[in-house]
Design a protein around this ligand. Structure first.
Ligand code: HAM
Length: 425
């Protein structure tokens, strides 16, 4: 065991017992996307590094500190995707989806993302995001739809302690006015901030508000808030979004300090947090917003867009914190117990036939004694145990025991599958 190799830091194996929960969540997400009419997009796990620099933004923590970037054998700089929006937009442009008569184009994705972050509860270096992106509509109703889809996923899985926080980052004009106000606010004392923030002052002062290192500086609290700089159009847009949320019965809070950690956002920005007691320090379950300039930035025509992403890891943590048990299907329909070599041989075919008839079924492969076979059936939560001994085989019969009530019946071996179907109906 001395030269054992362990899993990389910040990653995890998801073992049987857990994978069933993942599958259930994934199935629920897919089913919701079907109802909301979002269709699945699958893109590569790695992309050209420039894609993320240009979309997520040069001054963000993701691009500056967290990307898994490598040079391939052809000397290209590639990056394991840290998020899904950039690739969705790249694919939208590259596959000319803007030309489709079905607008907006509504996409979803589910898969691993990679960020070199300091691992802690709820924060991994490889995590799985489920996300949706709607491109081609600037109707505030689609903002409400996207938020509603995320909330529905959490609620239908059984979460109750959720907090939705929304903000508007405004349009270009609002952003410019806010930017100037931020520069005036921070400039006189920028020397008290970290070197990243000092760089951000010129390039992207809004990023200062998102800095983890300077979070507690007194100038943070008194910083000018974007909401006071919204143009009339932006304010009206935001009012519509919040009106629609109210119409849908979705509760929310407006937080003027919500700026999000990626550069492509404008207008609506939102996060969903867990309010459950005992949830770790990182409470954000889901984040998203509008990105009206991004398609153009990636080389496509001017196209508005909005989406969100959430990680399954944090969703599972929230379910745990609220004590929600997912209704995963545990147990099998039938376990075949066999006594004697001939009966054992016979169960090979019988097991196959059960499976071909759509039942989940298992038999012993360890040459166990009868008692141990029953124990194995118990451990697997078998609903029925079918027992085939030498005598039964001679008489062409099989004993079927219901594990729920202990009731036993004898069935003809020939028509066992048919009879079993009737019993299970
Ligand atoms: P984000 O806020 O960077 O946004 O990430 C979205 C969600 O991914 C987070 O709320 C969290 O659930 C999960 N997440 C992020 N980092 C980690 C991590 N290290 N470990 C576990 N979970 C994590 C985006 O990624 C945007 N692309 C969302 C979006 C889509 N905006 C518009 N469309």
């Amino acid at each position: 065991m001395s030269n054992q190799i362990n899993i990389p830091r910040g990653t995890q194996d998801i073992l049987p017992g857990q994978t069933e929960k993942w599958q259930l969540i994934e199935a629920k997400a897919r089913e919701l996307c079907e109802r909301y009419q979002y269709r699945e997009l699958r893109t590569p796990i790695f992309e050209h590094t420039d894609l993320f620099k240009r979309s997520v933004g040069d001054t963000t923590d993701i691009v500056q500190k967290e990307m898994y970037t490598f040079t391939d054998r052809g000397d290209r700089s590639l990056t394991l995707r840290p998020e899904g929006t950039a690739a969705a937009v790249r694919s939208f442009v590259e596959n000319k989806m803007f030309g489709s008569p079905n607008q907006p184009v509504k996409l979803y994705y589910m898969g691993p993302m990679f960020r070199y972050e300091r691992p802690q509860a709820g924060r991994f270096r490889q995590f799985v995001q489920f996300g949706v992106e709607a491109m081609g509509s600037a109707d505030p109703a689609i903002d409400a739809e996207v938020i509603s889809l995320a909330m529905s996923l959490y609620k239908e899985l059984g979460l109750k302690k959720l907090k939705l926080v929304v903000n508007s980052l405004g349009d270009k004009e609002s952003r410019k006015a806010h930017r100037d106000a931020l520069v005036s606010h921070f400039q006189p004392r920028i020397g008290e901030f970290c070197s990243d923030c000092q760089n951000r002052l010129e390039k992207n002062p809004m990023r200062i508000l998102d800095c983890k290192a300077d979070r507690d500086h007194e100038l943070m609290k008194s910083a000018p808030s974007i909401i006071d700089y919204l143009t009339d159009d932006s304010a009206q847009y935001f009012n519509k979004v919040t009106k629609y949320l109210t119409d849908l019965g979705i509760e929310f809070e407006v937080d003027a300090n919500l700026v999000r950690g990626l550069d492509y956002y404008n207008h609506t920005a939102f996060e969903i947090m867990s309010d459950a007691e005992g949830f770790g320090a990182i409470t954000t379950l889901c984040g998203g917003g509008r990105y009206n300039g991004l398609v153009e930035e990636i080389g496509g025509p001017e196209t508005p867009g909005i989406g969100f992403a959430l990680s399954i890891e944090r969703l599972l943590a929230a379910l745990d914190a609220e004590g929600v048990e997912l209704p995963v299907n545990e147990g099998i329909d039938c376990y075949l117990v066999a006594l004697g070599d001939e009966a054992k041989d016979y169960t090979v075919g019988l097991l196959h036939n059960l499976r071909m008839a759509d039942f989940s079924a298992e038999r012993d492969y360890q040459d166990r004694k009868i008692k141990a076979q029953f124990k194995a059936a118990d451990r697997m939560n078998a609903r029925y145990v079918a027992v085939l001994g030498e005598d039964e085989l001679k008489e062409k019969k099989i004993n079927l025991k219901s594990m729920a009530d202990g009731e036993q019946i004898q069935l003809p071996l020939e028509s066992f599958i048919e009879k079993f179907k009737d019993i299970c109906k």
